[in-house]
Design a protein around this ligand. Sequence first.
Ligand SMILES: [Zn+2]
Length: 338
Amino acid sequence: MIRQAVLEYDHSHDALEDLHTVIGNREALILRGLNGYGEAVRVSPCLAEIPSVRFYGECSDEEINRLNAYRPDVWIAVGGGKLIDTAKRIAFTQSVPLIVVPTLVSNCAAFTPLSVIYTEEGSYTRYDTFPVVIERVIADERLLRESPYDYFKAGVIDTVAKWFESRYISGTTSRDAGIQSGLSLAAQCGELMDLSIHEQNFRHYGPDIRYLVDHVLAVGGAVGGFGDAGTRVAVAHAVHNALSRFDSTHQWLHGDKVGFGLIVQERLIRSDDTLLLEDWLQSIDAPTSLTQLGIRPDQVEELVTSIVEEITIQGIRNLEDSEQLKEILINLQEVVYK
Ligand SMILES: [Zn+2]
């Protein structure tokens, strides 16, 4: 099925200034996070005039039930991925539209018709897919250019992953129009590796950075919207999920762990692009060894078991025997200097 969630996407210098016009005379309520909301008010002070309610940090069933007591005409999500996922679930449940103001350039939550649900303690539970009406995504340049660079970098890695994982699942072309559209957009995401993403450039916010931001926030989300199961996550995200079971990896962001997962995935299929990928990740100081991720040699066995479990849960095919996986991980224990 082809499924897109967003009616309008506005990425411009002062996109937030149109918010009151978009709301019109409806009763709006902002779901606000801890950090991003203050920054958003700083760049657009009239945001503070709109009533708001605090988000407690986890996209959990309990949090969704708590917030469900509020009944505005339109919800406005101002924050990061988990906050946006929570707002989407509530807006869908209440059959009201949603306006999204991302405060980080780290994920495509603003563009996908799904929510990743966690327990209150932060462990992954499931993801729910549903038709949600996102009236407008407001990507305000003044807000995004000041956002944390590490999140942007991790967001770019997670977006580049769309290409490698889609290709892993569906190959490079398909006669299914939805999957082919997803693959074309995913290929465009893969080409982001050619652009410089250093912090200085991010703060300068030139045309290349705008192009990257559009891919992280919007195009990356559209990949799965077109290709559905044919262009969603593969081995790299299974490796990410397995790594997340180890406390030592919690200091790394989602995209950093997905990047390491990509190396494992590409080595598993003996891809010609493995070296290119590893060089790119090293050049942007993303982790490329288990030592950097805080995984000790005596934990490799446990990691292999976890990855195999995750791959089985997600129904990903083509995994060869786990001995090969173990060998790859042992080889990735230390940084390889070339
Ligand atoms: Zn991801």
